[in-house]
Design a protein around this ligand. Sequence first.
Ligand code: ADP
Ligand code: F6P
Length: 324
Amino acid sequence: MAKGIKTIGILTSGGDAPGMNAAIRAVVRKAISNGVKVKGIKKGYQGLLNEEIVDMDARSVSDTIQKGGTILGTARCMEFKTAAGQQKGADICKKHGIDGMVVIGGDGSYRGAQALSRQGINTIGIPGTIDLDISCTDYTIGFDTAVNTAMQAIDKVRDTSSSHERCSIIEVMGRNAGFIALWCGVANGAEDILLPEKYDFNEQTIINNIIRNRKKGKTHHLIINAEGIGHSTSMAKRIEAATGIETRATILGYMQRGGSPTCKDRYYASIMGAYAADILCAGSTNRVIAYRHGEFVDYDIEEALAMQKSISEYEYEVSRMLAI
Ligand code: ADP
Ligand code: F6P
């Protein structure tokens, strides 16, 4: 099966995401079954530049599929954004006999993967981020676990919010994207959902909505605020002052990135990992794995990075209508 590829490397890069271990496990085991050796690179591109490289075999990924985080560790590495850093990374790959690489991460990590491809190291990307903000794919590793973790936490805040007849602003992650906020907003039945892609910064609309809902007899008011908007604590103070209703802010933070992956994240990550190992062993390079329109597919990295993704107008309208 392997077309000249004898050894591949694998690394995780950027923010960790639940399900990354399932992807690593699948890459390692599929590559080995294709007759190819695997080396694990610790701590992303930084670990590559530091030559933190270990041999991996089928047993080195035992007992990992259920674990959150990434067994390889991850990092953000500024040096790898430079031409000199990329050249050094490729030279280190060659020194260690690594002729193919799988990179699990987000858009930024894909740019690093593209750089490695250009330096002659066959490289394949796998979408790993809780933010769902990779345009070419409808699924990213970790999003499902993150929204389930956040949803359960928000249900708990809702209980106490109702008991105290408070307004709660709950801030969820997502960097500049509102996918986590939208999904939690709908799944938690929030009264207001603030998305970076849509929010007009008119707090008076929210204040009017809270007062109207209180008159209608609602005992709580849940506002899901996306990280890309932020400032939940100061927003809570202003809303409390304007409405006279006790308002609390909760920033969920890193708990959303941890925990045992859901079945969906384990399954999709496993298929994507196997797919990446297969196309890499078959000689592909500069491609990323995606799940689109119900199918696992792969795209050229250039093409993938040029794609656009937005919040569906219809889904956003539904989310607003359901909050009446
Ligand atoms: P994510 O992969 O989740 O989008 P980042 O944007 O932080 O996260 O990128 C992760 C890492 O990928 C960076 O720390 C850097 O090492 C590498 N990277 C990001 N952008 C580039 C780039 N333009 N060229 C090369 N490497 C990059
Ligand atoms: O990309 C995942 C993510 O958790 C984002 O939601 C958040 O903006 C960012 O990473 C936080 O990054 P760091 O771990 O560097 O604080």
